[in-house]
Design a protein around this ligand. Structure first.
Ligand code: PLP
Length: 419
């Protein structure tokens, strides 16, 4: 109550924005993940990893737009690319020279990606990948995993959403090797697609075990189901995607978030023989429209980001910084003798207020979030912009000093509140 009162008193302009927005947006909101109690701060400006809210407070940004803000804010190279794109007109009704350049960059980077097509969001990319897999295999069912998140209509936390697309789902438990294999074999003639993240992102940054992924690769090859890796979030965790770390190559994969340089983006692709079905000149081809699929802002900003900013070295450095920050936060919990830990990999992880042994997708979903909520508000009051559910995403401009700021704020929080 005390933290809520201090937060409310500190943020009158954000509160006024929130209240005014309710007149036309349900609950004042158009992105569910941006809502938290008592009300979210409105953001006015970002530069590097600094954010300024409507009341003039500045924050170090550890939300990084839920992993999409990999480049930090207002990167001059990417801003210039966007300005140049706009200068020549947008939405010109024809192919442009940047879509193939961006596609080349992506196919060179991700082993699974021989051919790729663009969409406007990660959600759309997953819908297209799943739909293609069902059409190619001629099989109806889609295997998904509890606590998986693949977009607003493909949401399997809390047991699923009433808004989910009406695909016939076979729901399995993440990292349950035996149970999942049994389900795959029981439905071997009807499962056309298996979709998962190699690390549950929204589901608490819990990684898949090597044995679980190896089983999925082997058994889908036997049954003929197509294996789809959703790398919308995880692709940032290694220069060549998390698939380069796990060593497993799926049949299809999806991308989104930072790849558009901060503009709206999604992509799906994979094996050339499968993606050949999308060749508009081929007989019996699949149609795939989307007015803004090749929009010049995403294409040009995305190409500039990948070709000039997210180098192999930059990727390795910011992922190493994330690993170091995780170790430091784990060390704080140990030093204070408190139950808590981080889960994740490199530049993307989550802080959990429970012992490491207890961290499973289900336990994270059902956790009592009182301490976590308090942590969130206290971090905000301390100028550390973090997500209410504990996810932390680094951006390329984060420095050791930025990370030290978060560690110091967490140290004070653990000393004061969590004993
Ligand atoms: N897949 C994963 C793993 C995601 O985390 C997200 C978004 O958070 C999506 C898909 C959906 O992407 P978008 O928000 O661009 O539709």
């Amino acid at each position: 109550a005390d933290a809520t009162a201090r937060y409310t008193a500190a943020n009158p302009a954000s509160l006024a924005r929130h209240e005014a927005a309710k007149a036309s947006l349900p609950g004042g909101n158009t992105r569910s993940v941006m809502w938290y109690e008592p009300f979210p701060v409105g953001i006015a400006k970002g530069e590097g990893v600094q954010l300024t809210d409507l009341d003039g407070h500045s924050y170090t940004d550890f939300v990084s737009e839920y992993s999409a803000g990999l480049y930090g804010h207002s990167n001059p190279l990417i801003q210039n690319a966007m300005r140049e794109a706009i200068a020549n007109g947008v939405a010109l009704g024809g192919p442009n020279s940047y879509e193939a350049l961006l596609a080349d960059e992506l196919c060179a980077r991700f082993a699974a990606l021989e051919r790729v097509r663009f969409t406007n969001s990660g959600t759309e990319a997953n819908i297209m990948a799943i739909s293609a897999a069902r059409a190619i295999t001629g099989r109806d069912k889609v295997m998904v995993f509890r606590e998986g998140y693949h977009g607003g209509v493909l949401l399997f936390g809390h047991g699923g959403s009433v808004l989910n697309l009406p695909f016939p789902y076979v729901m399995a438990d993440y990292n349950d090797i035996e149970g999942t294999e049994a389900l795959l074999r029981a439905h071997k003639d009807s499962i056309g697609a298996v979709i998962l993240e190699q690390m549950l992102g929204a589901g608490g940054c819990i990684r898949a075990s090597d044995a679980f992924l190896a089983m999925l690769r082997r058994v889908t090859q036997e049954t003929g189901a197509l294996l789809i890796f959703d790398e919308v979030m995880t692709s940032r965790q290694h220069f060549n995607g998390l698939q380069a770390v796990t060593g497993i190559t799926p049949d299809l994969m999806t991308l989104g978030k930072y790849i558009g340089g901060g503009a709206s983006f999604g992509a799906f692709g994979g094996r050339a023989d499968l993606m050949a079905r999308f060749d508009p000149g081929a007989e019996g081809c699949f149609g795939h429209g989307g007015t803004f699929n090749n929009n010049i802002i995403s294409m040009r900003a995305g190409y500039t980001g990948l070709s000039q900013v997210l180098t192999q070295e930059a990727s390795a450095l910011f992922n190493a910084l994330g690993a170091q920050l995780q170790t430091q936060i784990d060390g704080l919990f140990a030093a204070h003798g408190l139950a808590g830990c981080t889960a994740g990999y490199g530049s993307l992880f989550a802080v959990h207020f429970m012992p490491r042994e207890a961290v499973t997708p289900q336990a994270v979903d059902q956790a009592d979030r009182r301490v976590q909520k308090l942590w969130h508000l206290e971090m905000m009051l301390a100028g550390q912009y973090v997500t209410p559910r504990g996810m932390i995403a680094l951006a390329l401009p984060h420095s050791e000093a930025d990370c030290a700021g978060l560690v110091a704020a967490m140290d004070r929080f653990l000393a004061d509140h969590a004993a």
